[in-house]
Design a protein around this ligand. Structure first.
Ligand SMILES: Cc1cc2nc3c(=O)[nH]c(=O)nc-3n(C[C@H](O)[C@H](O)[C@H](O)COP(=O)(O)OP(=O)(O)OC[C@H]3O[C@@H](n4cnc5c(N)ncnc54)[C@H](O)[C@@H]3O)c2cc1C
Length: 573
């Protein structure tokens, strides 16, 4: 008998099927939301994307796991070139995104107000198998939207046909250059200066340092800068359009200092740039930069929520497949009540995140088709930050649980699983952190308070018989949020700001639950499917109201561990 150690039992890795056909939540939602004719037209495209995402692209991304983009600063003969070489998956993803219209479908508007559902359906399937290529696509989509909103005819004619092209040779991606060392969330700190330059076609040159610029290979960017002489703060900023390369293909006054060494999103080249008189063109008014870039941010925030929902769905698909294969204590994990309960919790959070995200997508489609009334526009304005911040937090928690569902394998790099968690962690940080968006929500609500959101909850839960308990939980949470806001506003701005995150997350969960109740009612009535109702009950059980009973004084002293005011010992009993 040989003493050689044999490998023994080998665990088969998790596998993915067609990511459209396997996604009950996506397909049921589309059946409810789209006219049958539209669905029949777009379904073959979604199915093809689902096949690629679960097959070729998923395998390519696993095989390319170790590769990262590379920056070459100097040519062999000493010329400064600053070339960034993308990974193989990125090169493939760029062609595919153009050909399949992952941005273009929204602008071709073949399906009127449903065009955003078409496009984001594709994006949702494409995203988790393409190593964060969704980031340049989000900025590209956002740039097209911001340019169209600017009304700048010449720029629109030059750039938008490229940003929305299906021809990979013509297709351009765009960067979004805002963040600086002194100005991240607070763009008012922007130090990049714009100087009039009549010698260049755009009439301006930008100089300064951009601290985070993702997808740095993009041929164009929209950048915030302060025209010389304009006042400090956000009010003195303008938006500029620039092309990154000159007619000879050299970087136009741009030095790539280094690529960031990041926790995740490692396939995405995120650079620090020095701008040394980059030729640029003003978009809009010299003091209207923040307003002019807002349409871009609304679109990138919608992409963020779509990415969050897609990451959650991918983690669950892998964990579910593994649960059917992995045997422990004499049975597959899928037969263990506690493991099933864990997966059920993940699925409920995903269904909530999906519904809120696609409600934003639906409203965006109506807005762009000119079919949104005033109430829907106000609703979209409020739902965008809510969806971004709520789903991003859920995606991180979900990815962490998914890794645990694989046991040790979830912690081992060559399974490809740890990237799920690292990549998800960027979602709450970029495009506005949780706190920054919670404050943005307060601005969006303004004098109307929570009324538009309460109306949305009421609308969604109406006509969903048999779902009284989750419907009541959603209604109670949105009412409580409204009462909290009124009370905190009476106590002053400090109190409102201190609770803004708990307020925003409560609204996010209430809306997710209400929209899930709406889907559940439809699924029961039209398809006899009780699963969305089960998800709604489960989401409600996980807790909706996150406001809690928090004493503002406690937050002040706990945050920096400083006593607000020492109490008299005698009074402390
Ligand atoms: C991988 C990656 C890629 C990126 N790509 C780009 C890009 O392409 N283009 C670009 O412009 N930027 C990009 N960013 C930058 C990103 O958008 C910023 O990091 C983000 O906006 C936060 O800004 P900051 O880093 O300055 O953090 P800060 O603004 O310093 O925030 C630090 C903390 O303070 C909190 N905070 C800030 N203000 C308040 C307040 N008023 N009240 C309560 N809390 C507050 C925040 O929530 C956060 O938790 C990227 C970032 C990452 C990680």
């Amino acid at each position: 008998m040989s003493d050689r150690a044999e490998p023994g039992f080998l665990q088969p890795p998790p596998e993915l099927g067609n990511q459209y056909d396997d996604d009950r939540v996506l397909s049921a939602y589309l059946r409810r939301s789209l006219p049958a004719g539209v669905l029949a037209e777009i379904e073959p495209e979604l199915r093809e994307m689902g096949e690629l995402a679960g097959g070729e692209l998923y395998r390519a991304s696993l095989a390319d796991r170790r590769n990262e983009p590379r920056l070459t600063r100097w040519s062999a003969w000493g010329e400064r070139i600053d070339e960034v070489e993308p990974t193989a998956v990125w090169r493939r993803a760029e062609r595919l995104a153009a050909e399949r219209g992952v941005v273009a479908a929204a602008y071709e508007r073949r399906h009127g107000r449903f065009s955003r559902l078409h496009q984001f359906g594709l994006a949702y399937l494409f995203t988790p198998s393409t190593d964060l290529y969704s980031c340049p696509l989000a900025m590209t989509d956002g740039a097209a939207r911001a340019l169209l909103a600017s009304g700048e005819r010449e720029l629109i004619e030059r750039a938008v046909p490229r940003l929305t092209s299906r021809d990979p040779e013509r297709f351009w991606t765009s960067g979004q250059w805002m963040t600086e060392t002194a100005g991240g969330s607070d763009v008012g700190g922007t130090e990049t200066v714009a100087r009039p330059a009549p010698e260049v076609p755009g009439g301006w040159r930008l100089s300064g340092r951009k601290w985070f610029t993702s997808a740095v290979g993009a041929p164009m960017a929209l950048a915030l800068a302060r025209p010389e002489g304009e006042p400090p703060g956000a009010g003195g900023l303008a938006l500029f359009y620039l092309e990154t390369r000159d007619a000879e293909g050299r970087l136009a006054g741009i030095r790539i200092e280094r690529l960031k060494d990041k926790l995740g999103t490692r396939k995405l080249p995120t650079a620090e740039l020095f701008l040394e008189g980059v030729p640029a063109r003003l978009v809009g008014e010299p003091r209207g930069g923040v307003r002019a870039i807002a349409p871009m941010l609304n679109v990138t925030r919608a992409w963020n929520a779509v990415s969050a929902a897609s990451f959650m769905r991918r983690g669950i698909a892998l964990a579910r497949d593994y649960a059917r294969r992995r045997v422990a204590f004499g049975a597959p994990l899928a037969d263990k009540p506690l493991h099933r309960d864990t997966l059920a919790g993940l699925q409920a959070e995903f269904e909530g995140a999906f519904g809120l995200t696609f409600r934003v997508v639906e409203l965006l489609g109506r807005l762009e088709a000119g079919e949104a009334d005033g109430a829907e526009r106000a609703l979209l304005r409020a739902l965008t930050p809510i969806a971004k911040l709520t789903t991003a937090k859920q995606a991180v928690a979900s990815a962490s649980e998914v890794l645990e569902a694989f046991g040790g394998a979830g912690y081992v790099e060559d399974t490809g699983l740890p990237a799920l968690l690292r990549d998800a962690q960027v979602l709450p940080i970029w495009e506005g952190t949780t706190n920054v968006l919670a404050l943005d929500l307060l601005r969006a609500l303004g004098d109307a308070g929570t009324a538009p959101l309460a109306a949305e909850v009421e609308r969604a839960v109406a006509g969903a018989p048999g779902l009284d308990a989750p419907a009541a939980a959603a209604t109670a949470a949105v009412r409580r949020a409204g009462a909290w806001l009124a009370g905190a506003a009476g106590a002053g701005r400090q109190e409102v700001e201190a609770g803004a995150r708990r307020f925003a997350l409560t609204l996010g969960r209430a809306l997710e639950l209400a929209l899930l109740v709406e889907q559940a009612g439809w699924s029961l009535r039209h398809e006899g499917d009780p699963r969305p109702a089960a998800a709604a009950r489960r989401l409600a059980a996980a807790g909706v109201d996150l406001l809690g009973e928090v004493e503002p004084e406690d937050s002040r002293s706990l945050a920096l561990d400083e006593p607000a005011a020492l109490e008299e010992p005698a009074r402390r009993r």
